[in-house]
Design a protein around this ligand. Structure first.
Ligand code: GTP
Ligand code: PEP
Length: 211
């Protein structure tokens, strides 16, 4: 097996504002608990990935920072109000000049082996080229990866898959359903549950009524 070499940056919004489209998906579960569980399961899967040397969680939320530290990640404060791409840039700058990837924190079905395979595919891109993994519908982005000495240059947001392609990043095309399955809505949560949820989200889904 190759050495772990990637630093993965995982930004997480304040829980009170996070995952607004998912609000009410599990009616018996407080929304902040669900948002925290999604992020905690994502971070745990990243930590368990053999290709990953370190995880940087960029957040202004004290509960998220504490959960990140407990999971073995480093927590970094967000620049207030600066938004998602600034959080990715901040994490990438702290990571230094090595292999760095940005990952969204809403991947509760993520399997470490699928993340490892995607990072391996990113390493196999032509020299100096960034790679990205689109979400299941193909419009958004779940992972953006940059080789040493290349700026991450994140363009997350609506239509980010096309924006990353237009910025010169290579679409990584592997069959990684758990990586591509981001959770924005109740229907996405049900789809993630069919793949198999991480333990924190699974416990909440069992306690509240799944969508
Ligand atoms: N640190 C940080 N993370 C962010 C910010 N905005 C979004 N994120 C994170 O980026 C990831 C992808 O964002 P979205 O899927 O749009 O999540 P969201 O903004 O929480 O969800 P909605 O309220 O439904 O749009 C999620 O893991 C968010 O927690 C931000 O301003 N700062
Ligand atoms: C921020 C993004 O996530 P979503 O579209 O899931 O909100 C993105 O895909 O760039």
């Amino acid at each position: 097996m190759s050495q772990p070499r990637w630093t993965v940056v995982v930004p997480v919004k304040r829980l009170a504002a996070a995952k607004s489209r998912l609000r009410g998906a599990l009616p018996a579960v407080p929304h902040e608990e669900l948002a925290l569980a999604l992020a905690a399961d994502t971070v745990a899967a990243v930590r368990a990935c053999p290709a990953v040397a370190g995880v940087l969680v960029v957040t202004d939320d004290a509960r998220v920072a504490e959960a990140a530290r407990r999971a073995g990640a480093r927590a970094l404060p967000d620049a207030p109000g600066a938004g998602l791409n600034a959080a990715f840039r901040h994490g990438a700058s702290v990571a230094g000049g090595g292999w760095v990837a940005g990952l969204t924190a809403d991947l509760p079905a993520l399997r470490p082996a699928e993340l490892a395979a995607a990072l391996w595919a990113a390493q196999a891109a032509p020299p100096g080229v960034r790679g990205y993994v689109a979400d299941t519908p193909g419009q958004g982005t779940v992972l953006l990866a940059a080789p040493p000495g290349v700026a991450l240059d994140p363009r997350f947001g609506v239509g980010s898959a096309a924006a990353h392609a237009a910025s010169g990043a290579l679409a990584l095309t592997g069959d990684w359903p758990s990586l591509r399955r981001d959770v924005d809505t109740a229907a996405d949560l049900a789809a993630a549950a069919r793949l198999g949820l991480g333990p924190r989200t699974a416990a909440l889904a069992a306690a509240g009524c799944p969508a």
